[in-house]
Design a protein. Structure first.
Length: 244
């Protein structure tokens, strides 16, 4: 199958990289409850790679003003949506948010790994069982995939993502806050993994990667339960990645 071929190619490409191990950083103290708003001229660029309807609705029209998650991001960052995490796209930008992305081509995975090792900072929301409601039919290219498609990148960084034993809403801990997730998974590996296994923080080369085993927590409008800390937790994790 084509997907299997891509996975094997990606794994092989990553295997040819330097055998540099992902080291576990000392977990940073939880940032403040809300990150400070920045003036427009002071907002650094945040690359956003996602299949979720954060920027636009599912029809990709201009109706509405973006999701609550996007509005939170835009208080601190100049958000720039991108379609692929290759060298040309990443360039010298220091910060990337991958929120339940599509499987990346093998060459882009190599570029992403190299970008991180040179000092890039990545927040990766890798959901093993997405519960985000969609009106689009199954198989529609615009519909988010049902699970994060890992083609070898997490393994290369010393991590494993497990799907939940049971689906449904669960309170978990992110950036020192109680957040409502939906069918969130578990992370296992060599990085600094949180006690509830929702978050893994990895120092890789000169860069840092934070992986969260859920993306549904961004869907604060549709989750049934307390979500008042969800977006603040996302902003706190990004803020922590900005620090040296």
């Amino acid at each position: 199958m084509k997907t299997a071929a891509v996975a094997l190619t990606a794994a092989a490409a990553l295997g040819m990289l330097s055998a540099c191990k992902a080291k576990s950083p000392t977990p940073a103290p939880a940032p403040r409850e809300t990150a400070e708003r920045r003036d427009a001229a002071e907002r650094p660029t945040l690359l956003l790679l996602t299949t979720l309807p954060l920027m636009f609705g599912e029809s990709f029209g201009l109706e509405g003003n973006g999701s609550p998650a996007l509005k939170a991001l835009e208080t601190r960052y100049a958000v720039r949506p991108v379609a692929v995490a290759d060298a040309k796209t990443l360039g010298h930008n220091p910060l990337l948010l991958m929120a339940h992305p599509l499987a990346q081509p093998a060459e882009a995975l190599v570029d992403l790994d190299a970008w991180v090792r040179r000092g890039g900072r990545l927040l990766l929301l890798a959901d093993p069982a997405l519960d985000w409601h969609s009106e689009l039919p199954l198989g529609d290219a615009r519909r988010p995939p049902p699970a994060f498609a890992d083609t070898g990148l997490l393994k290369h960084w010393g991590l494993r993502l497990d799907a939940p034993d049971e689906r449904g809403p669960t309170m978990r801990r992110l950036a020192g806050r109680d957040v409502l997730t939906a069918s969130s998974g578990d992370l296992i590996g060599k990085c600094a993994v949180s006690s509830d296994r929702l978050v893994a923080r990895c120092r890789i080369g000169r860069g840092q990667v934070t992986v969260v085993a859920d993306a549904d927590f961004l869907n604060v409008e549709d989750l049934d339960g307390p979500t008042e800390h969800n977006l603040g937790a996302m902003m706190a994790e990004l803020s922590a990645l900005e620090r040296p």
